[in-house]
Design a protein. Structure first.
Ligand SMILES: Cc1cc2nc3c(=O)[nH]c(=O)nc-3n(C[C@H](O)[C@H](O)[C@H](O)COP(=O)(O)OP(=O)(O)OC[C@H]3O[C@@H](n4cnc5c(N)ncnc54)[C@H](O)[C@@H]3O)c2cc1C
Length: 270
């Protein structure tokens, strides 16, 4: 039985620059990393391998250099890494991205039964958190988002029990498998590769599935299959702050000033 981890290669956001003229991301010379939440998705898949003997496949849709990120996953114990890359997949929004990923998982499931698909809760670039639920909907898998604990996998009854991290509370949910699970940062601490594993992974193959392999209709993928297009990207501008009174030496006076100002701006009423 197979567990599939979805990982996306993203720009290292601390160093992302926006072109002031075009308003788009400057990708040249920007280092790439594995989306941090996907490192947790990968680790959780490997934990299912350790505990239940499942095989782990990792898939990623992206440009050819995504192979670097996929090779790193081989060095921590992934059994199979698949790169979904083709010019026809480029420019995809979340609808078209989840289409290609779901079809790749469907292909894998024709070879081997899929127990679960694990995604990060969201990416640090697109940030939509739509791809996981999109895959679940297309494949009609149980959808378990914001999971911070996989408590039990019963391979006989085909049920998975997880804990979801919601605002101010947790929720324990049991669902039939196959399930698509999106994970939050608190779920685990990703393992590091050993030096021998890193060396072995250099020799291993990252499988390429382009659209000759996938055979998807061009109107369903990439830019043509995208219902949305980004018109502009910009950093949020914060309004200039205002210092009221002397909060360190005369806190009461500053508090009164703050209240009067908020009332004056009709933000609060007394
Ligand atoms: C309106 C809109 C228009 C866009 N247009 C373009 C465009 O024209 N050109 C362009 O390059 N990009 C575009 N993007 C970005 C592109 O759609 C996203 O990179 C992609 O759809 C993934 O969405 P996300 O980053 O929000 O992932 P999320 O939904 O936040 O990701 C959740 C999880 O899904 C999995 N996942 C997501 N993407 C991948 C992937 N590629 N491979 C494997 N696993 C993955 C990961 O496990 C991830 O943690 C657009 C995005 C939006 C919202």
């Amino acid at each position: 039985m197979l567990v599939v981890a979805c990982v996306k290669q993203v720009p290292d956001t601390t160093q992302v620059k926006i072109d002031p003229v075009t308003g788009t991301l400057v990708r040249e010379g920007v280092p790439f990393i594995m989306n941090p939440f996907d490192a947790q998705a990968l680790e959780e898949s490997l934990k299912l391998k350790d505990k239940y003997g499942l095989r782990v496949a990792v898939i990623s849709m992206g440009p050819p250099n995504t192979e670097v990120t996929l090779r790193k996953t081989l060095s921590v114990g992934v059994d199979e890494a698949i790169l979904l890359s083709d010019r026809a997949f480029g420019g995809a929004d979340t609808l078209a991205t989840s289409m290609v990923l779901a079809e790749a998982i469907r292909r894998l499931s024709q070879r081997e039964e899929v127990a679960a698909v694990i995604c990060g809760k969201q990416t640090i670039d697109g940030d939509t958190a739509q791809v996981g639920p999109g895959i679940a909907t297309r494949l009609k898998y149980s959808q378990l988002t914001l999971v911070d604990q996989i408590q039990n996998v019963n391979l006989k009854t085909k049920k998975v029990r997880v804990r979801r991290k919601l605002e101010g509370r947790h929720e324990i949910v049991e669902a039939p498998m196959p399930a698509l699970i999106t994970v939050v940062r608190e779920i685990n601490q990703p393992r590091y590769p050993t030096v021998p594993m890193r060396l072995i992974s250099e020799e291993r193959e990252v499988t390429l599935w382009n659209n000759k392999v996938m055979q998807l209709a061009e109107e369903d993928i990439g830019l043509k299959g995208s219902a949305t297009q980004v018109r502009k990207i910009f950093s949020p501008q914060r309004a200039q702050g205002q210092v009221l009174g002397d909060g360190c030496n005369r806190p009461e006076e500053a508090a009164h000033l703050l209240i009067d100002t908020l009332v004056g701006k009709d933000i609060i009423s007394l």
